[in-house]
Design a protein around this ligand. Structure first.
Ligand code: GDP
Length: 530
């Protein structure tokens, strides 16, 4: 009897108790705080601050991380796993800075649901909207958590209206705050009518002490606040799991991540409503069921996580089967074997050897420089599988990269290829510049800074970057390319995947060209979807 023959039952059961989610938000809405609070509640870490190293906890700081610290940004993204009730939650972190939203889009391919975090004072912000659109396009169901209710903010019903008016996503409240933002007295459980009150625990512990009041008791104690909360929540539809899974409504919760208020209810919602990993579509219009032999895809590459080595970790979302460290897998793109001796679970900045993983889990594969973002891997005992390519992104910043010291050309090429493989920047080649002077393309200038830093420190091939006066790309049918390249101020360049992009100074030039050549179809690249 082979191990594989005994597996389907276990794999099915393990998959069923996985919830793999990401938190999406505009910077400063409280994503890091919420991540820590979720883990704290689930007792995965015993002191908030351990996940992102924001506290005083002594951590290993590599050269690479020094740049993050200097800039006050978080580039590395962590996959955090913890148990809650009888479920294993995989919480995939997403970078906070909008310049790295391409990374966030990739993370969203690897989760089964998302938590949209809103700042009570700000509601839907630009980055939230962008990320929400990606969830909608990819069919990722969204739970909404309104954060910072301990501070003055907007009215709860007004925030609900905003969800309907701006993103056509009716909220279905599970909890409702007693008292307006900043004058918070407790959380109503909409279904039962009970109210949970919170008191800061003695001794500065982060977990607030909770007390549950039955509906009548809450009514007596909180009077008008209670009645108003009950009435307001009743104006909205109750949760319907099918509508939520179909992306047509969002379960809504209120709280304050910093004070650990409402976090438990969010965890319960993740367990009760978020979907377990299911069959995943492949490129051949088929699907890979969770009980089939191991398969997964790389959704993120991370370099330099270990300061002692310039190593590359490929983060793989397990789609089917049981992963066991040491398995020799097949790399779908090359057909070559890939050994998994060094498999990790990556917990914030900490890493531990990972022996076994199931659908929905994230495996960090070390020394994975042959893997690229979007690559599929599978166990050779099962059928081959190729998962859909990673969504690429509409770049808005472009710069020609040249090596400062021509004696370092070889390292330059190697480094650029590596950055492309990891998806740090897109690398385009224009005929007139050739591949010795590739065009780096990105959604934000910080991506170039990362590329520049890594080329200098990791490949000893310092860059000379020449920004181009271009800000948008369009797809054009091949026969029309000569017309576009003849137009002043445009460039034509080829992406690594063979796609030819036309690059434009700005939208006004696109429109002017379009007026002059209405017969030429210029197709925008869709963020997170093309
Ligand atoms: P991120 O950029 O989304 O990861 O946001 P952070 O978690 O770093 O939080 C941004 C700021 O908001 C920090 O100063 C947090 O302490 C603060 N913050 C987060 N959650 C809450 C909350 O529930 N209430 C209050 N008052 N502040 C919060």
């Amino acid at each position: 009897m082979t191990a594989l023959a005994t597996e389907p039952g276990t794999v099915r059961a393990e998959a069923a108790r996985r919830r793999s989610i990401a938190v999406i938000s505009h910077p400063d809405a409280g994503k890091s705080t919420l991540t820590e609070a979720l883990a704290l509640h689930a007792r995965a870490i015993d002191q908030a601050g351990a996940v992102h190293g924001k506290g005083n906890r002594a951590g290993v700081v590599s050269d690479w991380l020094a740049m993050e610290q200097k800039r006050g940004i978080s580039i590395t993204s962590a996959a955090l796993q913890f148990a809650y009730r009888d479920v294993v939650i995989n919480l995939l972190d997403t970078p906070g800075h909008a310049d790295f939203s391409e990374d966030t889009y990739r993370v969203l391919t690897a989760v089964d649901a998302a938590v949209m975090l809103l700042d009570a004072a700000k509601g839907l912000e630009p980055q939230t909207l962008k990320l929400f659109e990606v969830c909608r396009r990819r069919g990722v169901p969204v739970i909404t958590f309104v954060n910072k209710w301990d501070r003055p903010g907007r009215e709860a019903l007004e925030l609900c209206d905003e969800l309907v008016d701006r993103i056509d996503l009716p909220p279905a409240p599970l909890t409702w705050p007693l008292g307006e933002a900043g004058r918070f007295t407790g959380l109503l459980d909409v279904e039962t009518g009970a109210v949970r009150t919170y008191r800061k625990a003695p001794g500065g512990a982060n977990l607030a002490e909770e007390e549950v009041l039955a509906p009548e008791q809450a009514g007596l104690e909180f009077g008008l606040d209670h009645a108003e909360a009950v009435d307001s929540a009743a104006l909205l539809d109750p949760v319907d799991r099918d509508l939520f899974l179909a992306g047509r409504s969002t379960p809504l919760l209120f709280g304050a991540a910093l004070a650990n208020i409402g976090v438990r209810q969010l965890l319960d919602t993740i367990v009760d409503l978020a979907p377990a990993p299911g069959a995943r579509p492949d490129v051949d219009d088929g699907e890979r069921g969770v009980t089939q032999p191991f398969s997964g895809f790389v959704f993120k590459m991370q370099a330099g996580m270990d300061p002692a080595h310039h190593d590359h970790v490929a983060f793989v979302r397990v789609c089917s089967g049981r992963f066991e460290r040491g398995m020799v897998l097949t790399h779908a793109r090359t057909g070559r074997p890939f050994a998994t001796k060094y498999a990790l679970s990556v917990f914030g900045r900490d890493r531990a050897t990972l022996e076994v993983a199931y659908p929905g889990d994230v495996v960090g594969l070390v020394n994975a420089s042959t893997l690229a973002v979007g690559d599929s891997i599978y166990h050779p005992d099962g059928p081959a599988v190729q998962f859909p390519p990673m969504p690429t992104f509409a770049p808005e910043h472009f710069a020609v990269a040249r090596v400062q010291d021509p004696g370092r050309s070889k390292q330059f090429r190697k480094g650029i290829a590596q950055l492309q493989q990891e998806g740090v920047v897109q690398v385009l080649v224009a005929d007139e510049l050739g591949d010795a002077s590739p065009i780096l393309a990105g959604v934000g200038p910080l991506q170039f800074e990362v590329a520049d830093y890594r080329m200098e420190h990791e490949f000893s091939a310092s860059l000379h970057l020449e920004p181009l006066q271009l800000s948008t790309a369009r797809l054009v049918d091949a026969p029309d390319l000569p017309t576009v390249s003849a137009y002043p101020g445009t460039k034509v360049a080829r992406r690594g995947d063979g796609t030819v992009l036309t690059l434009w100074r700005d939208i006004w030039h696109v429109r002017a060209f379009q007026r002059a050549h209405p017969q030429v179809a210029l197709t925008p690249l869709v963020a997170g979807g093309d």
